[in-house]
Design a protein around this ligand. Structure first.
Ligand SMILES: [Zn+2]
Length: 116
């Protein structure tokens, strides 16, 4: 259940951002999760629901987006088609993962009250 640890790290990060921007509230968080990140999206969303009471994210909506899996040739950088062998069709070099294994806090929407 490492999703809880990820959510806690996320909430800490957001708390830091809220303090840094002197924000009044957090409206929405957008988190991008790659299919190879090893994160269960359902568990992540559930962990968020359980962890947010009492934090600055108590009323913030969580939006999860997906990162496309992206395999590329380690030599020439050619894209390897989804479902194809993980070897470059041109140079025979093994493919490397260039995307799809990340979990990224993409956006935080804060409400900032201007100081007069
Ligand atoms: Zn190649």
């Amino acid at each position: 259940m490492h999703e809880y640890g990820l959510v806690q790290a996320l909430l800490e990060r957001v708390t830091h951002e809220v303090a840094a921007h002197d924000a009044a509230a957090v409206h929405r968080l957008t988190v991008r999760i790659g299919p190879l990140a090893g994160v269960d999206r359902e568990l992540f969303a559930e962990a968020y629901r359980l962890c947010r009471p009492g934090t600055r994210c108590e009323h913030a909506e969580l939006v999860l987006t997906t990162e496309e899996t992206d395999w590329r040739c380690g030599a020439c950088g050619a894209a390897i088609a989804e479902g194809a062998a993980l070897v470059c069709p041109t140079c025979g070099w093994p493919a490397r993962l260039a995307g799809g294994d990340a979990i990224v806090l993409e956006r935080i929407e804060l409400e900032v009250i201007p100081h007069v």
